[in-house]
Design a binder for this molecule. Structure first.
Ligand code: URA
Length: 251
């Protein structure tokens, strides 16, 4: 679904991508249906002219960013680049403000996420919410996404070709959100973001930089792991304090 107020070029781009461009009912209705008694025109005064002259000009850069975001969302929704599309209920794009300062990257949607279309809504999601609250972040202020956008059957680990197929989606999300800090929760997300093949224990406990981006990355335990191993919460808390300090220093 695309929005109103698009230029002809933007419409052509969306249509070429196979994305429906919505036409508002008002715009589509025959003239007779929308004809109403015209309001008497307000007299044009100096104040009107000044007010119109000071209206903010449309921001083409912001409109383009929004358009690219919608195109990306549609591409993820329709993706058939790996076999996971055959077994998913729906893909899970991610949730949160596009200008979030903090981005959390998990592994892959589970059963609940596949059903609802939102990441981290099951038990692990509640634990993630608690982790975020511990550093003063409300879930609604954070952009939450996964390394891969479709559920692997039986919650198995994502395969290399599946991670590769989703690579560009995640890169585009990182570019669009441009967060101040990224948290990778769990080994799969950390290995993908750092492009390394290391155990989680060797990746956490320090501040990394996302390859090719000037963005700090903190690695911590996956919330589902913390549910199984609550004794590791103390270490996770160390990681979260690191995130909080990075957010404070970036503000
Ligand atoms: N685990 C993840 O890594 N992501 C989710 O969205 C849910 C559970």
């Amino acid at each position: 679904m695309a929005e109103q107020g698009l230029s002809a070029q933007q419409r052509a781009y969306l249509e070429a991508m196979g994305i429906d461009v919505l036409v508002s009912r008002e715009a589509a209705a025959p003239v007779a249906e929308v004809a109403v008694t015209p309001e008497p025109a307000a007299p044009i005064t100096e104040a009107t002219v000044t007010a119109e002259a000071t209206l903010p000009a449309p921001e083409p850069a912001a409109a383009d960013t929004e358009l690219r975001w919608q195109v990306l969302r549609q591409a993820v929704a329709r993706c058939t680049q790996c076999r996971l599309h055959e077994t998913r209920t729906q893909s899970v794009f991610g949730v949160g403000p596009r200008d979030a300062r903090l981005m959390v990257i998990g592994e892959a949607p589970g059963a609940e996420e596949d059903r609802t279309g939102e990441p981290f809504v099951g038990r692990a999601g509640h634990m993630l919410d608690a982790m975020l609250r511990a550093i003063g972040c409300d879930r609604d202020t954070v952009f939450i996404a996964n390394t891969i956008k479709c559920r692997p059957p039986g919650n198995r680990d994502p395969r290399v070709d599946e991670v590769t197929a989703c690579n560009d989606y995640l890169e585009q999300q990182l570019t669009a959100v441009a967060p101040d800090v990224v948290i990778a929760v769990g080994r799969i997300a950390a290995q993908r973001l750092l492009q390394v093949d290391m155990p989680l224990g060797r990746m956490r406990g320090k501040t990394h930089q996302l390859p090719d981006r000037d963005v700090p990355l903190v690695v911590t335990y996956h919330p589902a792991y913390l549910l199984r191993e609550p004794a590791q919460k103390a270490r996770a808390w160390e990681d979260l304090k690191r995130v909080r300090a990075l957010l404070e220093s970036a503000s």
